[in-house]
Design a binder for this molecule. Sequence first.
Ligand code: HEC
Ligand code: HEC
Length: 401
Amino acid sequence: MDENLTGVVFAASTQRTIGVVLAAVAIGGFISYWIFNWLSGRREAGSEAELALNRRPYLADEELEGKKLDKSLGAGLVCIVIISIGLPLYWLGEPGRQEGLIELSDETAVHRGEELYEERCATCHGTVDGPGGFRDHTLVDENGAFLAQVSWKVPSLAAVLYRYSSEEVRYVLDFGRPNTPMPAWGSPGGGPFSTQQIDEILAYIEHEQIDIAEVRQRLQDGLESQARGQARDQLGAEASAQEVDDLARDILSGASDDPARLGEMLFNNEYEGGVFGCARCHTPGWVYDADDYAEANPLIPSEVSGGGAFGPPLANGATLRQFTTVAEHEDFVSSGSENGVKYGSFGQGDGGGQMPSFGECVGDRDASERDRIKRNDFCGERAGLLTDEQISAIVAYERNL
Ligand code: HEC
Ligand code: HEC
């Protein structure tokens, strides 16, 4: 071991240094005790008659029952006082110590999760609280033959725990999303991470979730940028920024008067990888703008609104058959699906826990409370991405698909 290395080993921590010093003192003390004992032992040899404790005359009764007794009793009293005050005081501190330990281990988990996230997730998702991004992806047909090189929208994770319970996010992390660039990370899906590492990543994602007011603001920003895009398409390249803004405002206010139009905009909200909308899971190819490639390659399916992708098709009256009333349909979009729980008016839907919760006032998904707790005091505690009005608008749009 060279000198530097020794330095590193001993400088590793204050605790270690203290430990080494204590060990040196203990060993040194033991050696001197042993030497002293050994030396004096020699001198004692042969004098057992005087030295043996049981052969020496002991103190007289007067002496024993006087000061000596008082001293012993006094010392006992002091000990009892120390114990009877000290022990409860120590107990009083116990919950604090436990909380401190839990906090410390939570912080450690978040910190480790952050490192794993930076290393393995940030390349595609960016920061957790950021806007998501894009990922180059090669589309292939069933036989693995090349179809196109596309740019796949990567969802923002800033509000993922408003949509899913942590167990549902764990499922996505464990198994990935088949047929998308999102690979399996957990050992159950054959990925590189242990359950503990997935726990740590989850702790970090939870730590970074944004405030609900900001979620709503970003959703609104998404609608505005969508309206500006439509305005630019209608006006052409020559239009001034002012003209685009004016038309965008008209488009938005027109949509707020017409639920089905507002519903269409919300359904296709493209912001932050499409996390606020529905098209990324329910419209084939929407997530990589398939129409840009479909003309050149007829094997690439064109985007049909609600035609079905990762989520089932919603078009051609599918939702009317699934939900006989508007209220049932709205409740489903608000609460989402639950793994192993049937949904739909006749329980014909096969819930896999993959359809997110979008509404406010949905019970705690982590506690499997899916019923909507509408218009009561708890409502504000479980905020959602979309307001009741926005969900009604989407449902109005979907029922006409
Ligand atoms: C190669 C790029 C890539 C990497 C690396 C990656 N992801 Fe993803 N992830 C995606 C894409 C693309 C999707 C969306 C798939 C889709 O279209 O449904 C996604 C979806 C998700 C979802 C579901 C979000 C939702 O609202 O549907 C979660 C959660 C997620 N990723 C977390 C992670 C975590 C955590 C890591 C790191 C351990 C990670 N991802 C690494 C590309 C990636
Ligand atoms: C992350 C992907 C994803 C997103 C985003 C998503 N869904 Fe779904 N949706 C699903 C899946 C998957 C199912 C099927 C249930 C399951 O597997 O849990 C489903 C089922 C449905 C159903 C029932 C359809 C049927 O016939 O069974 C409706 C209605 C629906 N979604 C509406 C919406 C609306 C409205 C939005 C947007 C506000 C939306 N979905 C966003 C994945 C998604």
